[in-house]
Design a binder for this molecule. Structure first.
Ligand SMILES: *[C@@H]1O[C@H](CO)[C@@H](O)[C@H](O)[C@H]1NC(C)=O
Ligand SMILES: *[C@@H]1O[C@H](CO)[C@@H](O)[C@H](O)[C@H]1NC(C)=O
Length: 265
């Protein structure tokens, strides 16, 4: 075998290897930018089309960082998420549907859905561990939301939060009180919106009123007792002083007497 032939054959093989390597790199690079590593992606045509990312049932404890910015539907249901941090979805300007159901979400940080106000139409938060709503977490969000299947704690805080939400009003029917403050308010087991004539803040106002009254009464008692003590103490002083004064002229009288006696003598 002439050495030149050997060289030629090997260079051809090398070239082929290099070529496939470049192709593979290109392929992986493409995959990394168009789809999250761990999720299943699909794309559909038409006006309702766009990119769908399915990251369901992956035991995720955090939201994947590599979600492409042209995603329209994102499924993160049946995972182990416990909170949504601020600005979690701010790089997804086309997101129209977000499914966070069947997680362990108890905390939605302020600004959790920031940036989605214009695009998001449906937000599924059902079957989580949410007990209260922070309006700052939902700032500007007008989506329809599924809030069922959460252990809602109905109290004054929740009552004042609801009117501050921009969510589509039908969403709020999903808030069924599991516990309430005060406990005997009759809100338990009832969709909070339908529990008309229920004012959970009045009770709070009443208790603060009572607290104010008790405090004021305490102060009043203290002032009165101090006054009484002061007067008593002064009376004692005055009496002693008076006795002292009373005892003075007689002594003076005696000495005067003795002096006159001495002069007489
Ligand atoms: C996604 O990001 C790329 C590169 O940063 C940018 O050119 C593109 O406009 C973005 N797409 C959307 C829908 O924001
Ligand atoms: C809300 O979620 C629950 C459970 O995830 C589901 O059964 C129900 O159909 C949903 N409701 C709406 C209006 O989507």
């Amino acid at each position: 075998m002439p050495p030149s032939y050997w060289l030629l054959r090997h260079s051809v093989v090398m070239c082929l290897l290099l070529h496939s390597l470049v192709l593979m790199t290109l392929c992986f690079h493409h995959a990394a930018t168009s789809c999250s590593k761990r999720c299943y992606c699909s794309e559909s045509e038409g006006p309702a089309g766009g990119k769908t990312m399915r990251c369901s049932n992956l035991r995720l404890t955090e939201i994947p960082q590599d979600i492409p910015n042209d995603t329209r539907r994102l499924y993160l249901d049946y995972n182990l998420l416990t909170s949504i941090p601020s600005n979690a979805f701010q790089d997804l300007p086309l997101l129209a549907e977000l499914d966070l159901s069947h997680n362990d979400l108890a905390v939605l940080e302020p600004g959790a859905f920031r940036g989605l106000g214009a695009s998001l139409q449906f937000l599924d938060l059902s079957s989580n561990q949410l007990s209260t709503l922070d309006p700052e977490a939902f700032e500007g969000l007008r989506a329809r939301s599924n809030l069922t299947g959460n252990p809602w704690h109905c109290d004054c805080r929740l009552q004042t939060a609801l009117p501050r939400l921009d969510l589509e009003p039908v969403s709020l029917t999903g808030i069924v009180c599991q516990t309430s403050e005060p406990e005997d308010s009759g809100a338990q087991g009832v969709p909070f919106l339908l529990a008309k004539d229920l004012d959970l803040c009045v009770v709070l106002k009443k208790t603060t009123d009572v607290a104010m009254l008790v405090t004021m009464f305490g102060w009043f008692t203290m002032v009165i007792s101090y006054l009484v003590y002061y007067v008593r103490h002064n009376q004692e002083d005055a009496r002693r002083h008076l006795e002292y004064l009373k005892s003075l002229p007689s002594r003076q009288g005696k000495s005067e007497e003795s002096s006159t006696i001495s002069t007489v003598v």
